[in-house]
Write a protein that binds this ligand. Structure first.
Ligand code: NAP
Ligand code: ZN
Length: 320
């Protein structure tokens, strides 16, 4: 990445301009930098875990005030009119706009978004530790919440990075028994301190066999190909394997475990603005926050390299 200047033009009537104080580095930024999904457009400014203050509001924006601390996640706009937007499921809108997909993102001084997607941050949340909640946090909170995770359930989290370490904390807040599945034996102590009851090293096939048939809901945050059949085997009957991480190859399964145990495979995209508000409130009241490694904005390249090597514990956050 290189320094880049652009003129954003006049502020739209429904837009807000945010003066950025912090921006988390989500692995989706790395996918976009290398155009893994074929949707990147260059010059490209990554960044979609923003916290900052309102620097300007369009003429129609009545709910946000200059100087107010706000956050912005993956989504910056939606049509506001389709059946999904009307139901408050704006994250399912077919014309949803990503904050850094064909728009200028948050590794920057300023960023703009439609006011509906600019969310006030509860006072007790610290900006550096809350920025990763805006994408990583909502992405794991939403499927746990939609599935009705509760104290009777056993929840597995696969891949303990930015998303995974937040998923452990939210699953605990929902009262579940939590198992962390990781390729990094060195993370065990920290992962238990985050709230996991059990740690399974997925590189050990014996450890995986021992947990066969134990999980009600498995959330996978891994951005790499895995033996997905082995995770299917760890589900109890009626259990669900839910993808939020994006593996590079198509995911394949035998049909039998699905049929015989009434098991399901699903996926989940971020969450709506109202769910983000709820998630931030839950995080504030239940003490869920990211474990962060700060970098000055000017060292974004260094931070990206560290994320690429899976060396960050657990979220790199850029600061202006
Ligand atoms: P991250 O911080 O880099 O964490 C990914 C974790 O996956 C790593 O910490 C590692 O955990 C595990 N992992 C990495 N390489 C692996 C490999 N070769 N084999 C097995 N495990 C490996 O990434 P993130 O920011 O959490 O994002 C994860 C994924 O979620 C990305 O694909 C991202 O695009 C996607 N995402 C999706 C949504 C959505 O709406 N669905 C939103 C945000 C992000 P261990 O060391 O514990 O094994
Ligand atoms: Zn993200």
């Amino acid at each position: 990445m290189l320094p880049y200047r652009y003129d954003p033009g006049a502020l739209g009537a429904q837009e807000v301009e945010i003066a950025i104080s912090h921006c988390g580095i989500c692995h989706s930024d790395l996918h976009l930098i290398s155009n893994d999904w074929g949707i990147s457009q260059y010059p490209f400014i990554p960044g979609h875990e923003v916290i900052g203050t309102v620097a300007g509001t369009g003429s129609d924006v009545k709910t946000l005030k200059k100087g107010q601390r706000v956050g912005l996640g993956w989504q910056s706009n939606s049509c506001g009119e389709c059946e999904w937007c009307i139901q408050g499921l704006e994250n399912l809108c077919a014309t949803a706009e990503g904050t850094c997909v064909h728009r200028n993102g948050g590794y920057a001084d300023r960023v703009r978004a439609n006011a509906r997607f600019v969310i006030p941050i509860p006072e007790t949340l610290e900006s550096e530790r809350a920025a990763p909640l805006l994408c990583g946090g909502i992405t794991v909170y939403n499927p746990l919440r939609n599935r009705g995770v509760n104290p009777a359930m056993r929840v597995g989290v696969v891949g303990i990075g930015g998303l995974g370490h937040l998923a452990i904390q939210f699953a605990r807040a929902f009262g579940a028994e939590v198992t962390a599945y990781s390729t990094s034996a060195g993370k065990e102590e920290e992962v238990r301190a985050l709230g996991a009851h059990r740690f399974v090293n997925t590189r050990e096939s014996k450890a995986m066999k021992e947990v066969a048939g134990t999980q009600d809901f498995i959330l996978t945050t891994v951005n790499a190909d895995q033996d997905w059949g082995a995770f299917m085997q760890t589900l109890r009957p009626t259990g669900t394997l839910c993808f939020v991480g994006v593996p590079p190859s198509p995911v394949t399964f035998h049909a039998f475990p699905l049929i015989s145990g009434l098991r399901a495979i699903t996926g989940s995209p971020i969450g709506s603005p109202s769910r983000i508000r709820e998630m931030l409130d839950v995080a504030a009241r239940h003490g869920v926050q990211a474990t962060t490694e700060p970098f000055p904005m000017a060292k974004a390249n260094e931070a990206i390299e560290k994320v690429k090597k899976s060396k960050v514990r657990y979220r790199a956050v850029l600061a202006n």
